[in-house]
Design a protein around this ligand. Sequence first.
Ligand SMILES: [Zn+2]
Ligand SMILES: [Zn+2]
Length: 155
Amino acid sequence: MTDQSIDKEHTDGSQKTTSSSRVGACLCGQVSYEIKDDMGIFQYCHCSRCRKFTGSAHASNLFVKPSDFTWLTGSELVGRYNPPDTKYFATAFCQVCGSSLPWDSKGGKVIVIPAGTLTQDPQVKPQWNVFCDSKAPWYINPDELPQHQQLPPRK
Ligand SMILES: [Zn+2]
Ligand SMILES: [Zn+2]
C-alpha cells in the first residue's frame, strides 16, 4: 500500500474507515499509524514536560497496548527524545514537520498516543486531568472563554 492510497482511504471522514481501526498522522502526512480497537486511558496531562513538548496548556494522550499499535507509513522519519531524568516519559516527533507522534514509554509497557494526531474520532472522551498541581498559571477552563466558530470578527 502506498502512502497515497492510505491517505485517500483515511483522511476524508470517519465513515470510510471501519470502527475497528483508528488512524493518525503527523502534519505533513508522511508518518501515519493505526490503533486497533482497544483504547485505554484518555487523559489531559498538565505536567511541565507535557506542556513543553506540546507547546500547549496540556497534553491530550491516549494509552494503548504495544500490541494494538502499528506504524503505517514513515516510521523511519520518527525521531525520539529520551530525557535522562525520567522513568517513563519520552517523546516522539516527525523529523520533517515536528508534529508530536506516539511514543512507547521507557520500559515499553504502553504506547502514548497524542490524541490531536488522530485523524478519526476515537469515540472515547478524556476521563480526567492529571498533574493539575503543574497547570500553567495562565490556564483558563476553555468553557469560560468566548467561543468563535472560526476567527473572531474583525474590529
Ligand atoms: Zn510530518
Ligand atoms: Zn505530562
